[in-house]
Design a protein around this ligand. Structure first.
Ligand code: GDP
Ligand code: ZN
Length: 288
C-alpha cells in the first residue's frame, strides 16, 4: 500500500486532503484496511472515518475500485488476436472490472477493411462492451475516449506494439498532486497517493499502471460454474435440460442450441470450450 508515513491522500471536490486513519479502522482487519482507490469518508479534522464497500480489489499492485479495464489492440500492425481479446475479456469479468475496448491505428485501414473489422467486433456491442476506434497518429476518436475515461480509474492492457505507451503518454497529466486545504465539513473522496502507480489524466481521472494486465494467463477459475459465470451472454437464457449442464455434449443444452440458431456467437462458444478443456486438463483434475 502506498500510504506515505501513515498519511493518506484523499481527493475531494475541493482538493486533496492529507489524512490519517482512525484507530478503529486500523484494527478492523489486516494490511488491506485502506488501500489506494478506496472511497472514504473523512471528518473535519482529516481523519478517515469510513470506507465504502469495494467493487473490486486487485492484489498486485493493491488497488480498489478500478472502473475500467481498457483492452487495447491495433486495427493492423499487429493484427487483432481475437483469442487474446477473449482471454482479456475473461480476465476483466473475473476481476469484476468493466472492459472497454480500444482499437488504435485505424488510419492503417481503408474503408472496406474498416467495415470488415467492425463486423468482426460486432459481438462486443451485443455484450454491451464499449468499443472505441481511434488513431493516435491522426487524432481520431481521442476526445471521445478521453471523455469516457474522465474521473474514472482505468487499467490498460494489450499486446505490445499497439500504441499503449503512445496513448497513455498523451492522456497523462503533467500536474503533480497537491495537498489541499483542510475542511470543516464531513465529506467523501477517493483515496489516492502522490507516489503511486496511479497516473493522473489531464482530463481528470487516473490510469493505474498494472503491467500484469497484459498477461494472457487464465485467472484462477476454480470450477466449471465459475467459468460459465464469466460468459455474460450465457445468462438469461432458457434453462438447459440438466441443471448442472456444462454446455458440452449434454442433450437439451440451450447454449448449444443458441449457437446453432445464431443467437450466441459461435467464436465465443468455441472459446468457452477451449478454456474449459484447458482448465480441466491443467487444474480442475488436480482437485478431484
Ligand atoms: P506499445 O508497445 O503498445 O506501448 O506501443 P507504442 O506506443 O510503443 O507504439 C508502437 C508503434 O505504433 C510506434 O511505432 C508508434 O509510433 C505506432 N503508433 C502508435 N499509435 C499509432 C496510430 O494511431 N497509427 C499508426 N499508424 N501508428 C501508431
Ligand atoms: Zn447447457
Amino acid at each position: 500500500m502506498n500510504k506515505i508515513q501513515g498519511f493518506y491522500y484523499v481527493n475531494c471536490d475541493d482538493g486533496i486532503h492529507e489524512c490519517k486513519l482512525r484507530g478503529i479502522l486500523k484494527r478492523r482487519e489486516s494490511k488491506n484496511n485502506c488501500v489506494v482507490g478506496d472511497i472514504v469518508e473523512i471528518s473535519d479534522d482529516n481523519y478517515i472515518i469510513g470506507i465504502d464497500e469495494r467493487k473490486n480489489l486487485l492484489e498486485r499492485p493493491i488497488v480498489a475500485n478500478i472502473d475500467y479495464f481498457v483492452i487495447q489492440f491495433a486495427a493492423k500492425d499487429p493484427d487483432i488476436d481475437l483469442d487474446r481479446l477473449d482471454v482479456m475479456l475473461l480476465r476483466s469479468f473475473f476481476y469484476k472490472i468493466k472492459p472497454v475496448i480500444v482499437i488504435n491505428k485505424i488510419d492503417l485501414l481503408n474503408e472496406s477493411e474498416f467495415e470488415e473489422l467492425k463486423t468482426k467486433l460486432d459481438f462486443l456491442t451485443r455484450l454491451d462492451i464499449p468499443c472505441f476506434f481511434i488513431s493516435k497518429k491522426e487524432n481520431i476518436g481521442i476526445e471521445e475516449l478521453k471523455a469516457y475515461l474522465k474521473d474514472h480509474i482505468s487499467a490498460f492492457g494489450g499486446p505490445s506494439g499497439v500504441g499503449k505507451s503512445s496513448i497513455i503518454n498523451m492522456l497523462q497529466s503533467e500536474k503533480v498532486l497537491e495537498v489541499g486545504e483542510t475542511s470543516k465539513r464531513l465529506r467523501k473522496g477517493k483515496h489516492t497517493t502522490k507516489d503511486t502507480n496511479l497516473l493522473p489524466l489531464n482530463g481528470g481521472g487516473y490510469i493505474i499502471d498494472t503491467p500484469g494486465f497484459s498477461s494472457v494467463e487464465l485467472p484462477d477459475i476454480k470450477t466449471p460454474f465459475e467459468l460459465m459465470d464469466l460468459f455474460p451472454e450465457f445468462a438469461g437464457r432458457e434453462r438447459c435440460k440438466f441443471n448442472d449442464c456444462h454446455h458440452l455434449n449434454e442433450p437439451g443444452c440451450k447454449i448449444k442450441e443458441a449457437v446453432e440458431k445464431n443467437t450466441l456467437e459461435k467464436s465465443r462458444y468455441e472459446f468457452y470450450k477451449k478454456v474449459y478443456e484447458k482448465l480441466k486438463d491443467e487444474r480442475w483434475n488436480k482437485y478431484e
